[in-house]
Design a protein around this ligand. Sequence first.
Ligand code: ADP
Ligand code: ADP
Ligand code: MG
Length: 666
Amino acid sequence: MFDKILIANRGEIACRVIKTARRMGIKTVAVYSEADAGARHVRLADEAVLIGPAAARESYLVVDKIIAAAKATGAQAIHPGYGFLSENEDFCHACEREGIVFIGPPVAAIRAMGSKSEAKKLMEAAKVPLTPGYHGDNQEPAWLHQQADAIGYPVLIKAAAGGGGKGMRLVERSEDFSDLLASCKREALSSFGDEHVLVEKYITRPRHIEIQVFGDTFGNCVYLFERDCSVQRRHQKVLEEAPAPGMTPERRAAMGKAAVEAAKAVGYVGAGTVEFIANQDGSFYFMEMNTRLQVEHPVTEMITGLDLVEWQLRVAAGEPLPLAQEQLQIRGHALEARIYAEDPAKGFLPSTGRLVHLAPPAEGLHVRVDTGVEEGDEISPHYDPMIAKLIVWDTNRDRALARMLQALADYRVVGVANNIEFLSRLAACPAFAGADLDTGLIEREKAYLFPADEALPDEVLQIAALAELLREAAFADKRAAHSADPRSPWHARDGWRLNTTARRTLLFRHGDTDQAVEVAYLPAAYRLTIAGRSVTARGEFNPRGLLRVELDGTRMDATVIAAAGRRHVFAKGRAWQLAAVDPLHHAGEGGGAEGGLLAPMPGKVIALVAAEGATVEKGAPLLILEAMKMEHTITAPAAGTVKAFRFGVGDQVGDGAELVDFEAAA
Ligand code: ADP
Ligand code: ADP
Ligand code: MG
């Protein structure tokens, strides 16, 4: 076994690999960019090497810098994690050349599966069933268009080198093909440095079912069952589970066999995933093979009781697979939810900022949290916006689902927009709970997942008011303790005031409405009145911000975090945001990023779509910004004229930068 390995990655996966290495007594070396100097993976590793500026292209993706770091620290092997260089042939080659073990498959297997087109050709030869489509070499737009017409719409254009749901365009009508092809190629080139595409029949209501495979250098290859990753947004997985609901032993064996054949066809070694797209009747087609450890590997670990990173390390060190196919078993059910810094209500727009408050649920036998960040850390615009993966396990799916809902309700994040509430709704929605799965679930369940603004329950407002009052009281206590005359009535915190009654009004803004809470001070309690409805409230804070509340004798726990003028109330399994309004100031909101002409986040201008001087309709695309590995289209806020662009193609823009001089039509 190795004495020391380097992890050529960041975030949760780097932390995940370090954990297993440490347990096995292997020393770890982290690499990091300037933006990650204080990151969790750097803190956890035994050694860490700075490899360049924030941009991945200048740090995590630079083969030479990583190889140099491995040599300088004497690391014998490199774990690439997922993403970044994990499926990069040149990197694998460079490791080989330098006598460093690449913890992953041989170069030839990466090459064979690296292009979705080439992989399909190989699988065709190995008689693995394929999604119908064109995966040839002719890349002429007119030719591809003709192929799409022949396949029949809807079709999916995919970057052959794509991954992570990027570089994919659904085309529903022939007349849209050319534009979508161009935009697909643009994204493919910028994300993967390769604009080769393939065209596939778009399967309707499919499920994404993938098989975890593992090979060793002795020619053994096993499958560790399936994962169902059908619940996706933007072709990206959000909720994953194992085993797949409704899977029969026969179909599992058939898919397992097909996956092992696919792996054997390319001489596979190490951990890999063969992805299939399955029809509702259970028939399945090969989609692609990911030649690395997958983001969602923990659900497989939870149902098999195995550590896949340990298996990777053993196989890379030349050991045989620890178990044979007959020794592998499924126990119970596991679910994984990807917690992202993104705003589901704004089309899942990624969010950046400091994690002012971060309290994940307690880990244990049933709950696991894989993360790369801690409270106080930053979600930067340079990398993937994933905050953590929340994994739960129990003896069956219903119980696992109950665990998931509880864990999500306990998860508290303040500082960036996040998808926790969305995930709760998703996990609870009848289609998911009933295991009626397909990749269109989120789109179809929109009404349930994105409810119209709900009225604020009285309790939430009462809790917010109580938190405010308790904080004030604690502050008054502290001040009194430091003053010369602690008993002075000026320090009293019971609302006693000269010439006034012990009454006041607290104001909170929820959405567009101001909500008033009238407060009357009682001995060791408050009388809170909202629109004529009164309760007696008391409570106390613990140091982590957890608030124990009693409302008319009913006890409950809540969390109230104050950040940037807002009050984040976590109560009744949900999160609510209120703005604390100071009645003396009545500050107008003003400012605001209205109209969509400001950069929603730092990024790079990649295309100017409208012409300067052009008159456009409301909603017309003006320019395209690339940020956090995604394209964002900035559209006209109203009908009007594009007077001038403030930036050119290739320019880097800051958060909130004004992008376009735009004049709305009168
Ligand atoms: P990536 O490399 O980005 O993971 P995949 O080829 O695995 O690309 O596809 C990602 C997702 O896109 C799939 O999980 C599935 O939801 C959807 N998808 C891919 N191909 C098809 C298809 N032919 N028809 C319908 N959906 C598809
Ligand atoms: P698929 O490739 O089929 O989508 P995954 O969901 O495991 O399967 O894909 C993850 C891919 O998306 C990685 O290869 C990587 O490019 C990107 N990705 C997803 N999450 C992250 C992350 N947290 N950090 C870096 N890359 C990520
Ligand atoms: Mg995939």
